[in-house]
Design a protein around this ligand. Structure first.
Ligand SMILES: [Zn+2]
Length: 365
């Protein structure tokens, strides 16, 4: 998978490859962009370019072959979710004493170490950074560059401070990638020692074109809808679970209808009852909340006289009907109340009850 397979953000890609060409690649690179914007894909591509055994040029700039032993082994880390799950399982199978001591890593090539946030807290821990410090000053064994990829910017305090020490004096043959949705989460002292590259959202039309090529099995209308729902992120578009989204949206519409139009709440209770405690219920509720936000945003667009900005284009007439009963004040209140439901979830309040309360509190007098 050479650089031409990366979609969008051409200028950022050009700058990075240009630095490779001038052998001025920075020792610390922050790749900043939303979920699914391609941060991890790009970091792995650069790791391959830095270590390819038969490096080549395309468009006059450094590229990688994708076929040599180094490229192939680095590419084995590409399915991060799968590699992460394997690492978690491997740790689960350890003796209790060792389990505590073991931190999570993904490594499919000697010189490329991927550092995911460590569960259950899902933060980067000091022992993970310690592993970086222990290895980073040794020359690469099979490649030309030692590469470290932190896949998240949620660092425990001590971990961030340890990383800072490495960034103060990195060896010439190592590169550290820090992936983040929000560079503000990183210590300012870490940011100032890194070069920050943003990965911006892609226009819906561009994502639609991408989906035509990569999801030919979807209907054109489905591709158009996903291109608007994925917030400019190719990775989210490609893996978009439209069926799950449509199911959650049905529930979200029932809740909004019940608040704005219906006096009979039988349907509402049927929906909210299906939101159970536990891990599965949590994911389902999170999906519902995201969907409610997306519908409220569309209602606001219609209310503002800009229905063309609505994302749920396939149900626009239903949204127009709902918008007739809503106004800006109601939409603002609904967003605030939804934020309360989110906070309640973090405190583990009973989910179905808080959804009922949400709908009830929004009923028009
Ligand atoms: Zn190669």
């Amino acid at each position: 998978m050479p650089f031409s397979d990366f979609h969008g953000n051409a200028e950022t890609i050009y700058r990075l490859r240009d630095m490779l060409a001038r052998e001025r690649f920075p020792h610390a690179v922050v790749l900043a962009g939303g979920q699914g914007s391609g941060k991890y894909t790009l970091a792995l591509m650069l790791a391959q370019a830095l270590n390819c055994l038969t490096p080549l040029k395309t468009e006059g700039l450094p590229d990688f072959c994708g076929k040599c032993a180094n490229c192939r082994r680095i590419a084995q880390s590409a399915d991060l979710d799968a590699r992460f799950a394997e690492a978690v399982e491997a740790r689960e199978n350890l003796r209790d004493a060792d389990k505590k001591e073991t931190r999570l890593f993904v490594q499919t090539h000697t010189d490329v170490l991927v550092i995911p946030p460590d569960p259950p807290q899902m933060m980067i821990k000091v022992d993970q950074v310690r592993r970086v410090i222990e290895t980073i000053y040794y020359r690469p064994a099979e490649g030309r560059e030692r590469v470290y990829i932190f896949t998240d910017s949620a660092f425990m305090k001590e971990a961030a401070n340890s990383l800072l020490k490495v960034l103060e004096e990195p060896p010439e043959f190592a590169t550290i990638f820090l992936l983040t949705e929000n560079p503000g989460e990183l210590l300012p002292t870490i940011r100032s020692r890194s070069m920050v590259f943003p990965l911006g959202a892609l226009p819906a039309e561009e994502i639609e074109r991408y989906l035509t090529e990569h999801r030919p099995e979807w209907k054109a209308a489905e591709r158009a809808l996903v291109a608007r729902l994925c917030e400019g992120a190719v990775g989210r578009a490609r893996n978009f679970d439209l069926a799950a989204y449509v199911a959650a949206r049905g529930h979200a519409l029932t809740i909004l209808n019940s608040a704005l139009r219906d006096r009979d709440h039988t349907e509402l209770f049927k929906v909210t009852e299906s939101y159970r405690p536990g891990v599965e219920g949590r994911e389902k509720t999170e999906q519902l909340i995201r969907t409610l936000y997306s519908l409220l945003r569309d209602l606001a667009s219609i209310e503002a006289g800009a229905p063309e900005l609505a994302r749920n284009t396939d149900i626009i007439s239903e949204l127009r009907r709902l918008a007739e009963s809503a106004d800006f004040e109601w939409i603002t209140t609904a967003c605030d109340r939804l934020a309360e439901v989110e906070r309640g979830m973090r405190r583990n309040l009973l989910r179905s009850l808080s959804l009922d309360a949400f709908a009830a509190s929004l009923e028009k007098a």
